[in-house]
Design a protein around this ligand. Structure first.
Ligand code: ASP
Length: 415
């Protein structure tokens, strides 16, 4: 059995949906297709929710999103196809949900709203496959993937989910399922999500639970590249890398794979292929168990919009374990991830993604006990497999706030 994951870009228009049929055409195996919301639908739904919460008119944006899904469907289906009434119903439900909303927990409301994107995309893909003679079953993954109550960052209950999978997914010869990435539900069937861009993780979990032969993530790039092609020309595709390398890259901020994707696959030694949905016959990148150190080309990862926060005790005393534990406690309380950390005798500094609301709360709280200084608008550059020559090229003309080097990785917070 294979798991194929199609992200937003690979289902962003009618042509891309047609392309899925070409990609799965030659498979004579059981297949689970995991689909994200189409194009930028999740962002659009976030926007609709924020308009609604700020008591602005969200109907226009909702109509635009509906038009977008209808336009794609008009290019794919005959005029009287049932998909049109399904899309209509989904949008009516969404509008009704918002107009009758009594939910005050923002994260819970968020999950129940953004999940509509994946329901829409999977309905369209599933019906289109049927229309193209590919028999398939549409599955609402929320009946299978069970998480705790941590809305927007649901933690999977592995035991329950495994049981659900065994009960609900039956495979024989060449069965195809179409299901959603990113979404799940609590034991009380309240919708949760696994974190933004979480569909890769959904695919990896399905691979894990189903003991799949492989998981493939279909992307708009040729595979894992040594730099972000939106920022750098002349990127190089990496043919093979170990799980360890991949997890490091994802952690440093390489956007090609969601950081949580690798662990379930590594645990069961399931290979992950990252391939281009445009040049789908070409080999992409294979991520698997590799013992020897590969001679990898330098890989650059840039995380923008960083805030560097420096904290020191008010009385010039040393930073000791106790302070560290309080400071990390505050970070955990606000669910803030530290991207880079450094300490000296009387201060610690760390770089985090700038989320205006969270950062402000964090600074206010820390200022109660410490002197807090911060710099905005920085970038965090990580270079795996660096050389001094490369570092020089990358950081010349930039102000260095922090510099860290280990055997394989050089990292810089830059102005
Ligand atoms: N649609 C979700 C998002 O945009 C999940 C995903 O695409 O992986 O974050």
């Amino acid at each position: 059995m294979k798991i194929y994951k199609f992200g937003g870009a690979s289902v962003k228009d009618a042509e891309s949906v047609r392309n899925i049929v070409n990609i799965i055409n030659n498979i004579d195996d059981n297949l689970v297709i995991v689909v994200s919301a189409m194009g930028k639908t999740t962002n659009a739904l976030e926007n609709i929710l924020s308009l609604y919460l700020n008591e602005n008119n969200f109907i226009l944006e909702l109509e635009n999103l509906k038009k977008y899904h209808n336009k794609i469907s008009k290019e794919l289906f005959p005029e009287n196809h049932e998909i049109f009434s399904i899309i209509n119903d989904i949008f009516n439900n969404l509008q009704l949900k918002l107009s009758q909303n009594k939910e005050s927990n923002y994260d819970k409301l968020y999950d129940s709203v953004v999940s509509f994107g994946e329901i829409l995309s999977t309905k369209i893909v599933s019906f289109y496959l049927t229309l193209s003679q590919t028999k398939n079953s549409w599955i609402d993954i929320r009946n299978i993937f069970k998480t705790n109550n941590c809305f927007r960052e649901g933690i999977i209950d592995f035991n329950l989910t495994q049981k659900n999978i065994l009960k609900q997914l039956k495979f024989n010869n060449c069965r195809t399922y179409v299901t959603q990435g990113f979404i799940a539900s609590t034991i009380n069937n309240e919708t949760t999500t696994l974190g933004r861009e979480g569909s890769d993780y959904s695919a990896s979990l399905l691979g894990y639970f189903l003991n799949a032969e492989s998981v493939t993530i279909w992307k708009d790039v040729a595979g894992v590249l040594n730099a972000d092609p939106r920022m750098t020309e002349n990127t190089i595709k990496i043919d093979e890398m170990s799980y360890k390398e991949a997890i490091e890259l994802a952690y440093f901020g390489a956007q090609v794979i969601h950081p949580k994707t690798i662990k379930p696959l590594e645990n069961k030694q399931i290979p992950l292929y990252v391939k281009s949905f445009i040049e789908y016959k070409k080999a992409g990148t294979t991520i698997k168990k590799i013992e020897k150190n590969l001679d990898l080309t330098p890989i650059y990862i840039i995380k923008k919009n960083q805030v560097l926060i420096s904290i020191s005790p008010r009385d010039f005393s040393f930073i000791v374990e106790e302070n560290l534990s309080t400071i990390f406690g505050v970070l955990a309380e606000f669910n803030i991830k530290v991207n880079l950390f450094q300490h000296s005798a009387i201060s610690i500094s760390f770089s985090i993604d700038n989320n205006i609301i969270k950062t402000k709360k964090l600074i206010n709280k820390l200022q109660q006990n410490y002197i807090v200084k911060y710099n905005n608008n920085l970038e965090l550059l990580s270079i795996r497999h660096f050389s001094e020559k490369i570092i020089k090229e990358m950081i010349s003309n930039k102000k260095i706030y922090i510099e860290q080097k280990s055997r394989n990785t050089a990292r810089f917070v830059l102005g």
